[in-house]
Design a protein around this ligand. Sequence first.
Ligand code: FAD
Length: 365
Amino acid sequence: MKKYDYLIVGSGLFGSVFAYEANKRGKKVLVIDKRDHIGGNCYTKNEDGIVVHVYGAHIFHTSKLDTWDYVNNLTPFKPFINSPIANYKGELYNLPFNMNTFYQLWKVKTPQEALEKIQSTRVDYKDPKNLEEQALKLAGKDIYEKLIKGYTEKQWGRDCKDLPSFIIKRVPLRMTFDNNYFNDTYQGIPFGGYTKLFEALLKDIEVRLNIDYFSNKEELDSLADKIVYTGPIDAFFNYSLGKLEYRTVEFKNERHNIESYQGNAVVNYTDRETPWTRIIEHKHFEGNITDFTIISKEYSIAWDESKEPYYPVNDEKNSTLFNKYLELTKDTPNVIFGGRLGQYKYYNMDQVIEVALDVVNKEFR
Ligand code: FAD
């Protein structure tokens, strides 16, 4: 008999939820992670009283009461409404696009006036050939040029004229004075940061950090009956069919000896010239009271293997390759592939919890 029922590779949300649920059902579980901390990309760190979102701003949002209750039963959440600001060459605008934004753009005061203004700046492309034409058709010239163009070009590292139109399917234009970025009913951040959530999930579970699964795969495999693998699926198969692509972000942190740097958690820089896409000021997520502040400048950069894989690129080429890897998983019945990297899919936190619970229900039915 093996020492563990499950070896879980990765202590991110997928691995930790699976571990928690398996442990609750009396299974023996070992979690490993190659990083020196638990929590995957949700990891937060307390730096002298400021909770820093180490891998970028994370705001939990869901409209499902079950999912909201699930996380709140593990650790209390503080309500937080994300209301980002856009900075375009020093002009400030509220996001998402709403009546406040339209007032700031054109001084219009009613939805009727705003709609007329938007309509007058739209360009009626019958069949938009690229992202620029699509955005001009949907949002009009002013919104596109000040709030979409530069930001999108920095995110993708390409001109909007060279990006496919399908990237923007619709541009939500809110005809109310409402700066709430997400439409979900429940939104918040754990008091004290996400690491609290992971500490609760992994409370009774053996966790070994700084262990790369592939550095000792055979020995680790021999410890457990089944493996839950949440790393990149192509790495599991030794990239035998080729490498999947990702997009990534680089974070540069700065500490400033002032109480507040920008007065808001998130400011997007929507011009092309400013090299960063956003500045996050961490203390505003939870209202940490300190006489200094910590900000992160986010730079959207091309991915290579030396960088963290953040966003799967779900275009045709990569989706086809992923499906080929999926075929290979049929020959590894004792391995469950889960999470953002294992399933090569961008999941929000609520979604990854729901997918993990579905897998748990199938595994332990
Ligand atoms: P991960 O968190 O990536 O966990 C995988 C773990 O596996 C990692 O800890 C990794 O070190 C480990 N691992 C990989 N390979 C190995 C190996 N060979 N050996 C050992 N360990 C290994 N979601 C929201 O809902 N709201 C947000 O505001 C939000 N903002 C985001 C901002 C950014 C910049 C990013 C990148 C994501 C954001 N998300 C957000 C999504 C959220 O981060 C994911 O839903 C969640 O982290 C996915 O969890 P996971 O377990 O699938 O993956």
